[in-house]
Design a protein around this ligand. Structure first.
Ligand code: BES
Ligand code: MN
Ligand code: ZN
Length: 501
């Protein structure tokens, strides 16, 4: 992880120094001071370039010999009055991208007197540093022949700010959140020959080091519990299905206080099963465990920062394969809830996994609410693209809190409807419910209706993250690849609403 240090503002004696300019070629006070020392070099560089101080713009200015520092990086902070926490994260991210691209190993950045923003300078420094760390992630462990000039170089970023020790302290919790995000990105990026149900369960087990209690169920235990829906999905795979429950007792008012619960779809590879997917693009289905990966990363963040809450994360881990032992379209399975399910399409498997995970979670933990995350449907990508995850909920208060936490972290949610009329679409002729409707209409909604039949009136929200879990492009603090969408959002949901004082 990129090393972050905070220091009281002063002109560095050497190295690279990043200072701000805001919209319309306005130099920040620090930049003006520096410009004087450099004989007007910054203003001149700005005036002869297209750099105007718009946000995310960067202008690199070599310092003259004898200046001490080697280079000034002018970064655009945009309009002062629009400088939000998320924009500051974006600035940190843009700086990291630039410095890595340039082959720089270390740099200092000033955030001192950026005008217009709310909060203290120290808080702004923390946001910038958080964006920088998040952007520094890269999954490259299998690239053994990469040319050195292609490798990222930045090792350390020093953030110059008045109140450096306050910033340092408050950044410690952010670093824990970043560690959760990185764990999620790691497990989601790993190939499916490395991440399969048992190996992903090991990552959950690893959280015992942070003080979590972790319980893993294998096929034997799940059979006893009657988890026929989840087990049906995994029965075609040579890799044994697992459920992992990760418990964090952080509520100072007692470990007996009802927990909040997070559930994740963990299909470590989704071939579609006997309802086989086409070959083109099937590789994407290695990240069909992103919901589970996010729950594991979230629990790492909560435990890492010692969140004052009781929380449980439950992940259903299976591999959906076609084989001689695989379930067939038209099989009828009995879920843990007792409801029978007619499996008409083995590719609608995530909802079968979650049916048992959601039922188990409410039955076993009696949570205050449950939020599930799942790369559940292609249909949600058609509806919302890659900008919002679909949010479904039986509880307006929970839905509103989730939307607010999403807006605060830039992980956006869009609420979608649930209604009796959609629910009727999954009534089965042969069993209590069927796992697909007759057509493609409202595919993401129908899937959510299916899940709702297994929540037993517990306050619940479902996030369909199929369009958000993976990104083909760099996006501010989120480099391309596994996004860990949901870790920051749910960490914020907890921090803003559910921690004991
Ligand atoms: N894992 C997929 C959904 C998905 C698609 C996630 C694209 C990410 C990107 C899910 O298991 C699935 O196959 N859903 C089917 C449901 C259909 C058979 C009713 C789908 O969306 O096509
Ligand atoms: Mn599927
Ligand atoms: Zn799937």
């Amino acid at each position: 992880m990129l090393k972050i240090a905070f220091a009281e503002p002063k002109l560095p004696a050497s190295g690279i120094y990043a200072v701000a300019a805001s919209a319309d070629r306005t130099l920040s006070p620090e930049a003006i001071e520096l410009d004087k020392k450099l004989g007007g070099a910054l203003r001149r560089a700005m005036n002869v370039s297209r750099f105007t101080g718009k946000r995310d713009e960067i202008l690199s200015v070599p310092a003259p010999l004898g200046a001490g520092i080697s280079r000034v990086v002018l970064y655009g902070a945009g309009k002062a009055e629009e400088l939000s926490d998320l924009r500051l994260q974006g600035i940190g991210a843009a700086l990291v991208a630039h410095l890595n691209h340039n082959g720089d190993g270390e740099a200092a950045v000033s955030v001192g007197r950026l005008g217009g923003a709310t909060g203290t300078a120290a808080q702004r420094a923390v946001e910038l540093a958080f964006g920088a760390v998040l952007r520094s992630y890269r999954f490259d462990k299998y690239k053994t022949r990469e040319k050195p000039e292609k490798k990222p170089t930045l090792k350390k970023l020093t953030v110059m700010v008045t109140g450096a020790s306050a910033a340092q302290r408050s950044f410690m919790t952010r670093e824990k959140v970043a560690e959760g995000v990185f764990l999620t990105r790691d497990v989601v990026s790993e190939p499916p020959n490395v991440i399969f149900p048992a190996s992903l369960a090991e990552h959950a087990r690893g959280l015992t080091k942070l003080g979590c209690e972790v319980e893993v169920l294998g096929v034997k235990e799940m059979k006893k519990l009657g988890m026929g829906a989840l087990l049906g999905v995994g029965q075609g795979s040579a890799n044994e299905s697992q459920v992992a429950a990760i418990y964090w007792h952080g509520d100072p008012k007692g470990r007996d206080r009802k927990p909040i619960a997070f559930c994740g779809k963990g299909v470590t590879f989704d071939t579609g099963g006997v309802s086989l997917k086409p070959a083109a693009g099937m590789e994407d289905m290695k990240w069909d465990m992103a919901g589970a990966g996010t729950v594991i990363g979230l629990m790492k963040a909560l435990a890492g920062r010692r969140a004052r809450v009781n929380a449980v994360g439950v992940v259903g881990l299976v591999e959906n394969m076609p084989s001689g032992t695989a379930q067939r379209p038209s099989d009828i399975v009995t879920s843990m809830s007792g409801q029978t399910i007619e499996v008409l399409n083995t590719d609608a498997e995530g909802r079968l996994v979650l049916a048992d995970v959601l039922w188990y979670t409410q039955d076993r933990f009696k949570p205050r609410f449950m939020v599930d995350l799942a790369t559940l449907t292609g249909a949600v990508v058609i509806a919302l693209g890659h900008e919002h995850a679909g949010l479904y909920s039986n509880n307006d208060e929970l839905a509103e809190k989730l939307i607010a936490a999403g807006a605060g972290t830039g992980e956006l949610l869009w609420r979608m409807p649930l209604a009796e009329a959609y629910d009727q679409e999954i009534d089965s002729d042969a069993a209590d419910v069927k796992n697909i409707s007759g057509g493609r209409a409202g595919g993401s909604i129908v899937a959510a209706q299916f899940l709702q039949r297994f929540v037993n009136n517990t306050p619940w929200a479902h996030l369909d993250i199929a369009g958000m879990a993976w990104s083909k492009k760099d996006h501010g603090a989120v480099p391309k690849g596994a996004t860990a969408f949901g870790v920051r959002l749910l960490d914020r949901l907890v921090a803003d609403n559910y921690e004991s004082s």
